[in-house]
Design a protein around this ligand. Sequence first.
Ligand SMILES: [Cu+2]
Ligand SMILES: [Zn+2]
Length: 245
Amino acid sequence: MKTLSILIVNLLLAVFLISCDTKPKKKKHAEVSIEMKKINDTLLRATITTIMDKDGNATEEVEVIEGAPGVVKAKVEEHKSKVLHDKPHQIHQKVEKKLQFSLEAKSGSNTSGTVTLFEKEGYVTLEAHINGLDEGVHAIHIHEKADCSADNATSSGGHWNPTFQAHGAWGDANGFHQGDIGNFTADANGHGMITFKTDLWCIGCDDKEKNLIGKAIIVHQGEDDLTSQPSGSAGARVSCSGIIL
Ligand SMILES: [Cu+2]
Ligand SMILES: [Zn+2]
């Protein structure tokens, strides 16, 4: 089967809300939102919007940086630290992150779909919408490598299991993988969706047991029986996407 080139759009939106209330009579508020969009394999575009609100007067600055991913990420970090530096009295810092990507059809399937990961206040919410599935129950997992290159997606490795536990149902006292999301049901039109929220994941934090970046989302042809080792006997991998910036 001919390998189709599928455009994967990655979008990272980070919102930093910084408020300064050491001088309660002069309220200053700075809001910085950073949107990063992958244009192609070599180009990344970052749009930084800074809204400064001082005594009710809001000013907005927009800066667009485009270039090699490493260069753009370094400039964004520089910008972030400059904003934080200019606001040394910030007390509250709230970070929201959003990552969206398209699923790639695998193992000869005709699936398509979108997955959104959203992090807010210590919780990550995953929302997946998949089309082109056979009617019935399908497993969805996080696998250990952001590599969907193989036709059957085995390049994504086994279940993401940084805590070295047994495969199981999420929350099971006998253990479960960090990637053991579970099952969802596709309807007669081949459409299925799932939302899943946890504080055991993060998007791009330093904790290797929580960080989703560099992993993959996999949807299976069959159902996860939640007991078979090491992966629930869920059958072929029909949809795949790497979780990358
Ligand atoms: Cu899986
Ligand atoms: Zn597992």
